[in-house]
Write a protein that binds this ligand. Structure first.
Ligand code: GRF
Length: 225
């Protein structure tokens, strides 16, 4: 999926994403809103040339977050677009899209990015943008997945990596990992346990997407060409 080999499929025809090589690592733009531990896991993985990807920029929807500090410590360029600095949500979406485009990503990774991207972003990056969600989709979409899972009383939750579409956590599933719910869990303890598994899944799966390429057909995401 290196920049030289990625074919850019039109939205709706999500196939033909080519694998990269260690000599031509996939370019990742990562979007964050908070602590950035998933970003850090990717930054750490990308220090190994065999991983097949590198983080070329980190974007955020707010200033002053640890995710941006992690990028700066790693020497990765950053950009910030706050919704409230734009006249409309569509303007914000267009600005976000422009900034991402400027780094020519092969894959955009939403890693704890707490905003829904819009139509302009999807027209540009549909089929090559993934998001990580702290629940086993299709259960518990939205902003409060660990709390919702606890309230429902499930015994197993987990995390899902999916290809972003126009819905809320509804896109084609790339990978999932299950995590047990303990009797004495609260929202924080469950989310922290999920995040440990989520980071490992994210790193392993993005690496495969970069090294092997992937295609999407009838909601099924498959690695390889
Ligand atoms: C992750 O659990 C992600 O799925 C959710 O928010 C968390 C972000 O964690 N949307 P971090 O900022 O990567 O530490």
């Amino acid at each position: 999926m290196g920049a030289a080999t990625l074919s850019r499929p039109p939205v709706g025809s999500l196939s033909g994403v080519s694998p990269t090589t260690p000599a031509s690592p996939a370019r990742l733009v990562v979007l964050v809103s908070g602590a950035g531990t998933n970003l850090q896991a990717l930054l750490d993985a990308c220090t190994d040339p065999a991983y097949g990807a590198r983080v070329v920029a980190v974007g955020a929807d707010r200033e002053g977050i640890e995710g941006l500090a992690r990028a700066e410590r790693a020497g990765v360029p950053t950009f910030v677009h706050r919704v409230k600095d734009h006249a409309t949500r569509a303007d914000w979406d267009a600005a976000l899209t422009d900034s991402c485009r400027g780094y020519a990503p092969d894959l955009v990774v939403l890693a704890g990015f707490m905003k829904l991207t819009g139509a302009t972003f999807l027209a540009e990056f549909g089929g090559r943008c993934v998001n990580t969600h702290p629940a086993l989709s299709p259960s518990f979409p939205g902003m409060h997945a660990p709390a919702d899972a606890l309230a429902y009383g499930v015994k197993v939750s987990g995390a899902t990596l999916f290809v972003v579409d126009a819905g809320v956590d509804t896109g084609p599933i790339v990978a999932q990992v299950a995590v047990p719910v303990e009797d004495d869990d609260d929202e924080q303890s469950l989310h922290e346990r999920i995040k440990v598994a989520e980071r490992a899944m994210l790193v392993a799966t993005v690496g495969r997407m970069a090294r092997e390429g992937f295609s999407i057909s009838d909601r099924k995401v498959r690695f390889g060409q």
